[in-house]
Design a protein around this ligand. Structure first.
Ligand code: 2RA
Length: 340
C-alpha cells in the first residue's frame, strides 16, 4: 500500500530530480503522474526504470491524489496549489510563495520534522530556498549545543539555481571566450558569468540587500529560531551545480572546534570532510548527485569570544530542492498521512 503521487513541473531541473529521488529512495508509490505546462505536454521523463509521458497541469483533477510535489514557480503555484489542496491532495511546494505564510509549515526534516504536523491548515507544506536548506542543516545541531546568537554567511551559488537557460549561458559564454565571433552576451544575468562572480541574486530591496539574502534570514528564523541574527551576501559563481557557503557563527557560549566537529559528524544529513591538508575539504563539483550537506574548514573564530567558522557545500538541486521535498513527503507519511 502506497501513495498516489503527482510531480508538477516534471520537465524542469528540480522536477526531474524529484522523480529520480522518489525512485532512488523507493518512496511508496501506488501511482504517479508527471504534470507540465502546455508547451511541455508529451515530454517523456524518467521515473526509475519507467518512462512517464507528461500531462497538462491545466484542468488536471487532483481529487484522489495523496501528495503533489510542486516545482512550477510562484505564479503557477498560485494558480494550481489551492486547487490541489482543496481537492484533498497535500502540496509540497518548492516555490517561495507559501514559505512565509504563518499557516504553512516551512520544513527541513533534519531540523524541524514536527512542523509537518501543521500541514492541515492549508494542506500545503513549503520547501525552503536552496541556500537556506543546507545552512540550517549545519546550524541546527550546533544551535542545540550552544545557542547561536549571530550568523554571517557568504554564499557561492551555482547557475543551476537559475534554471536550464543559465546552465546554457555559462556553457556557451565560456566556449565563446575561446572562439572568436562566438561571444555570448549576458541574458539570464546582468553581467558575464563565465570567469566572473555576480554579487546579486533575485531583486534588490530598499535596504540594499537582495531578496535571496532576505530569504536566508527570514527562512532560517522560521525554521530554527527567530532570535538568531543573520546577515547574508549571496553571490552567483560560474559553477554548474552545487552551492557553497562560508558561514561565521557566534554562540551565546564558547564551543570548541573539536566538539563542534564531533557534533556535526553525528548530526543527520551531514558529512564532515575536514582535514587541514591539500584537498582535505569539500568542493561543489564533488557534491553533485549526493544527498549530504558537506561540512569542512571547521575552525575557531578567535576575533570574537564564542566564534566558529565552517564551509558548507551541497547539491542545490537535491538537498536544496528535490531531496528536501521528498524527505518532507517521507516525514509526512511517517508522522501523519496514512497510506492508500
Ligand atoms: C538560486 N536560490 O540559487 C535561488 C533559486 N533556486 O537562484
Amino acid at each position: 500500500m502506497g501513495y498516489k503521487v503527482v510531480v508538477a513541473g516534471a520537465t524542469g531541473n528540480v522536477g526531474r530530480e524529484m522523480l529520480n529521488i522518489l525512485a532512488e529512495r523507493q518512496f511508496p508509490v501506488d501511482e504517479i503522474v508527471a504534470l507540465a505546462s502546455r508547451r511541455s505536454i508529451g515530454t517523456e521523463v524518467s521515473f526509475g526504470d519507467k518512462t512517464l509521458k507528461t500531462k497538462d497541469i491545466e484542468g488536471f483533477d487532483f481529487t484522489g491524489w495523496d501528495i503533489a510535489l510542486f516545482a512550477i514557480g510562484s505564479d503557477a503555484t498560485k494558480q494550481y496549489a489551492p486547487i490541489a489542496a482543496k481537492s484533498g491532495c497535500v502540496v509540497i511546494d518548492n516555490s517561495s510563495l507559501y514559505r512565509y505564510d504563518p499557516d504553512v509549515p516551512l520544513v527541513v526534516p533534519e531540523v524541524n520534522p514536527q512542523a509537518v504536523d501543521g500541514y492541515t491548515k492549508k494542506n500545503i507544506i513549503a520547501n525552503p530556498n536552496c541556500s537556506t536548506a543546507q545552512m540550517v542543516v549545519a546550524l541546527k545541531p550546533l544551535h542545540d549545543r550552544a545557542k547561536i546568537k549571530r550568523v554571517v554567511v557568504s554564499t557561492y551559488q551555482s547557475v543551476s539555481g537559475s534554471g536550464k537557460e543559465a546552465i546554457d549561458e555559462l556553457w556557451n559564454q565560456t566556449k565563446g571566450m575561446y572562439v572568436p565571433g562566438q561571444e555570448v552576451a549576458p541574458k539570464v544575468y546582468p553581467k558575464q558569468i563565465a570567469f566572473n562572480v555576480i554579487p546579486h541574486i533575485d531583486v534588490f530591496l530598499d535596504d540594499g540587500s537582495t531578496k535571496e539574502e532576505w530569504k536566508m534570514v527570514a527562512e532560517t528564523k522560521k525554521i530554527i529560531d527567530k532570535s538568531i541574527k543573520i546577515t547574508a551576501t549571496c553571490v552567483r559563481v560560474p559553477v554548474f551545480v552545487g552551492h557553497s557557503e562560508a558561514i561565521n557563527i557566534e554562540f551565546e557560549e564558547f564551543l570548541d572546534e573539536d566538539e563542534a566537529r564531533d557534533i556535526l559528524r553525528e548530526a543527520p544529513g551531514i558529512m564532515v570532510i575536514d582535514k587541514r591538508e591539500d584537498g582535505g575539504y569539500i568542493t561543489p563539483i564533488e557534491c553533485v548527485g549526493d544527498y549530504a550537506t558537506f561540512i569542512s574548514r571547521i575552525r575557531q573564530d578567535s576575533t570574537i569570544e564564542n566564534g566558529l567558522n565552517i564551509w558548507c557545500v551541497s547539491d542545490n538541486l537535491r538537498k536544496g530542492a528535490a531531496l528536501n521535498a521528498v524527505q518532507i513527503a517521507e516525514t509526512l507519511g511517517n508522522r501523519c498521512l496514512k497510506k492508500g
